[in-house]
Design a protein around this ligand. Sequence first.
Ligand SMILES: [Zn+2]
Length: 362
Amino acid sequence: MGAAELSAGTVRPNLAEFADTVRNNGAGWNLPSAMADWGPLILRRLRTVWERCWPILRWCLPGTLALVLISGWAAYFSGGMAAVVGWLALVTAGQTLAPVSLMALLAHALRTRHFSRPMQVTFGLAAVAFWPALWGFGILTITFPFSLGTSSPSATVRLPSNEELLVGWGGDSLDTNYHAAYPDQRWAYDLLVEPAAHGGRDLADYGCYGTPVVAPAAATVAMAVDGLPDHMPGKASMDIKHPAGNSVALELHTGTYLLIAHLQRGSVLVERGDQVEEGQPIGACGNSGNTSEPHIHIHHQRQNPRGRPLNFSEGLPLYFRDHDGPPMPEGGLEVRDQKIVLTGATVRHAADTPAEIRAPLQ
Ligand SMILES: [Zn+2]
């Protein structure tokens, strides 16, 4: 029903009369009969209210969308936690506000058969805001806008295991490191031990499972989590309640933190407040948290991850020393003959590297 029809003498429902009817009939009131009498009147009243509010409401949606987009893109250039919050606002708006707006527009257009100027503006903004929603599916993803040149301090530490490690994901670009789209995991690594990436459903078939994990640097334990189950490998666990699973956070002398995640249940050997030496065992590789197969996830961030949601931190550069590969080894994968082939670097800690030639934390 359009506004013109309403203004041309539509009978307005009298809600006070409706309330009196309910009161006076008391126990003898017949609900189906009352709804048949008053239902259409209430609907018409709601439509009237809607039509009166619509001139204001129709600019609320594009206004909100524009605000989110502007603040998000402003934060893109601001750095620090403002950038993190802006980024998360963009992604959240893309996943919630944009699809809701698009559906509301579609419903309104079908009802009114009219595509007004506010609707055109809203549609354009919602289409732009929808873009970050695609990132979750790996479509048109972009790197979180922190750069190696301007992010400090970086950390240069030893590898978190003495085993030969295959870099599943690592590096500065999305080609080699899917983590690069996430604020806190901007320069994270996923490290595996062969055999890996074969899709098997038995944890024991993965080389990483149970491999000792060591402290990559002397540090204070800021967080230690244990007791979460190791999930069946070969498929994404989708454990969004405990994404890091059993994990250890180490506070470095720079006041920044290493987060080591997905450890084996019952393997964590340290507690919050402990001082650990470089190379000291702290747990074992597992498959707890949000993961698809046993691997060691490690990243460097500015804020203490204890009690803080994942992603809500500034990621910082992380380099490895004491091995024969590059300081920031890269990962990557290809699909050949419908099989995943890991194409990342292989690195191994050089046990006998003299301490005096090790690069300090930067
Ligand atoms: Zn990871």
